[in-house]
Ligand binder design. Structure first.
Ligand code: AMP
Length: 284
């Protein structure tokens, strides 16, 4: 694995690969890697000639009160985990990605007013900006994102379509601990007690799915039962629980034809965890 810090070096490497007909797979991350990230990398490895991962904790997707400064970082460990599985690690300094006094920002319509976008209003504009910049530099044939950050995958899909990026989005399943907790770099923040409570998030999603499958089609009833379940288990700070069309994140009124996303976010202390499941409403 070669570590590349400069944008111009990364651009040249990729240009040469593309010119020789090689397929480039790209896995953007913020580091502090776990098996969720590695599942994306393994998938990219299978499907491409060259695999590039990036580590960049993107300042523009954090609000001032959020955890940008404390976001966990451990480059030595990440390097160990990546060294035999990717060809290049793009590790830019902030100045390689953001110029001083930038004037361009993104505005996203409809798909970020709900779910995580409601309580993190500027988050996805920051995600879209950094992903566009990384795509501009790396120009991947395929880019790998986790379903765990489901709304992010919807944003990236629209970014690719609207800006005509020649990149295929590959969404990979959520990797979980044995007790169901979705792997996340932020799980490290959890106290022992909070770690015991955290798997109830996935259990609440499973409960919602079970209710739906048992014939309960009213979203508000499912959501209320999930809320009650979490409160009973001691998870009181629920940011949201929502059921939406998985394609465009619109509300579900009648049983939709398309897939449904059941998503939630909750605070355990200061740590905000998210999770979701996607299902086909017509499958029994
Ligand atoms: P992050 O470093 O948190 O920005 O995540 C980088 C990529 O890894 C994103 O596409 C995430 O959706 C993905 N990811 C994070 N956690 C998981 C997980 N538990 N399973 C699968 N993918 C994940």
């Amino acid at each position: 694995m070669k570590v590349v810090a400069k944008r111009s070096t990364m651009e040249k490497i990729v240009r040469d690969f593309r010119a020789s007909g090689k397929k480039v797979g790209f896995v953007p991350t913020m580091g502090f890697l776990h098996d969720g990230h590695l599942s994306l990398i393994h998938r990219a490895r299978k499907e491409n000639d060259v695999v590039i991962a990036s580590i960049f904790v993107n300042p523009t997707q954090f609000a001032p009160h959020e955890d940008f400064a404390e976001y966990p970082r451990d480059f030595k460990r990440d390097h160990q985990l990546l060294k035999n599985s990717v060809d290049y690690l793009f590790l830019p300094e902030r100045s390689q990605i953001y110029r001083e006094d930038e004037k361009v920002t993104f505005q996203l319509k409809d798909i970020t007013a709900n779910l995580c976008g409601f309580s993190r209003p500027d988050h996805f504009a920051g995600v879209a900006l950094v992903v566009a910049k990384l795509f501009q530099i790396i120009r991947p044939h395929r880019a790998y994102f986790g379903q765990k950050d489901f709304q992010q995958t919807v944003v990236v899909k629209h970014l690719i379509d609207d800006l005509f990026f020649d990149t295929k989005l590959v969404v990979c399943p959520t990797v979980r601990e044995v007790d169901g907790l979705a792997l996340s770099s932020r799980n490290i923040y959890l106290t022992a007690h909070q770690r015991k409570l955290a798997p109830y998030l996935y259990q609440a999603l499973r409960l919602g799915l079970k209710l739906f499958r048992a014939g309960e089609k009213k979203p508000e009833v499912i959501i209320r039962k999930m809320q009650n379940f979490l409160k009973e288990k001691g998870l009181k700070e629920i940011d949201y629980i929502d059921i939406r069309d998985a394609m465009d994140l619109t509300e579900i009124k009648t049983t939709p034809k398309q897939k449904i996303v059941l998503a939630l976010a909750a605070f355990l202390g200061k740590t905000r965890l998210i999770d979701n499941i996607i299902f086909d409403p017509h499958e029994a």
